[in-house]
Design a protein around this ligand. Structure first.
Ligand code: B12
Length: 213
């Protein structure tokens, strides 16, 4: 593999934010396409980060730094990917549900999804069901991802699914839920399509959703 792609992977793994713009530009001027840099540099780097996080070898601040490094490169690559009409893996609308201000885990999930080639529309925190609905209408995502950290706000996930059903949009998307108090049982109870316990598992689930479509 090209040396600069290995350097890009390593910069992501080590969270070397300040090195990534130069490396990305070097890769582009050496003739590599934006898609090659994404698929063979950034994604393999984020894969390693995901595995190390799962094993407990990396912690949240390090993962966030790696995700920011990847995002800085994506900032350069995105306009080029759009120009060439390259398809992203899929589109995800993500947000922390109404009444809940915890957004660290949600952002981590969003960043890892982006690092895995998904287009991510982050609605932020305290997101009302109606805002999710509007985003589904406007963005036409493959997946809606909801986060809740409070036992009191978990219910808003179920309410959002009900409102999606009422709007006739439920069958247009796969729905995944997560956050510390959320469980697989709860996900089933409210009619979500899946639950993941952490960000790397959320990426795996999102990929499964896309490949089963
Ligand atoms: C940081 C924090 C805050 C910060 C949030 C800052 C921010 N910008 O997010 C602040 C100070 C604002 C805060 C406020 C409150 N907090 Co608070 N907070 C926490 C704390 C310490 C850490 C949460 C966190 O960021 N964890 C790190 C991230 C990376 O982990 P995570 O969120 O679980 O996300 C991972 C997974 O869950 C999963 N995941 C997350 N989202 C999603 C989504 C999908 C789709 C998928 C698939 C996966 C997934 O992947 C993530 C990455 O691996 C927790 C305690 C804890 N240990 O969890 C309490 C905690 C969540 N807070 C709690 C409480 C009570 C509150 C307050 C009510 C306190 C108060 N009295 O004011 C307020 C509520 C404000 C509100 N309306 O939301 C309680 C909740 C209790 C409960 N069972 O409901 C906790 C558990 C603390 C406790 N032990 O009492 N809090």
């Amino acid at each position: 593999m090209s040396d600069v792609l290995v350097q890009i992977s390593n910069a992501v793994i080590e969270g070397r934010l300040k090195d990534i713009p130069d490396l990305t530009n070097t890769a582009l001027s050496s003739g590599l396409t934006a898609k090659e840099i994404l698929d063979k540099g950034l994604m393999p780097g984020m894969d390693v980060v995901g595995v190390e996080f799962k094993k407990g070898k990396k912690f949240v601040p390090e993962v966030l730094l790696s995700a920011r490094t990847m995002q800085a490169s994506l900032g350069i690559l995105k306009p080029l990917l759009e120009q060439t009409g390259e398809k992203m893996t899929g589109k995800v609308v993500i947000g922390t549900v109404k009444g809940d201000l915890h957004d660290i885990g949600k952002s981590l999930v969003g960043m890892l999804l982006e690092g895995s080639g998904f287009e991510v529309v982050d609605l932020g925190k305290d997101v009302a069901p109606e805002t999710f609905i509007d985003a589904v209408k406007k963005e036409k995502p493959n997946i809606v991802a909801m986060s809740a950290l409070l036992t009191t706000t978990m219910r808003s996930m179920g309410h959002t699914i009900t409102v999606l059903k009422e709007a006739g949009l439920r069958e247009t998307v796969k729905i995944m839920v997560g956050g510390a108090p959320v469980t697989m049982d709860f996900a089933k109870q409210i009619g979500a399509d899946g639950y993941a316990a952490n960000a790397p598992a959320a990426v795996e689930l999102a990929k499964q959703f896309i490949s089963s479509n």
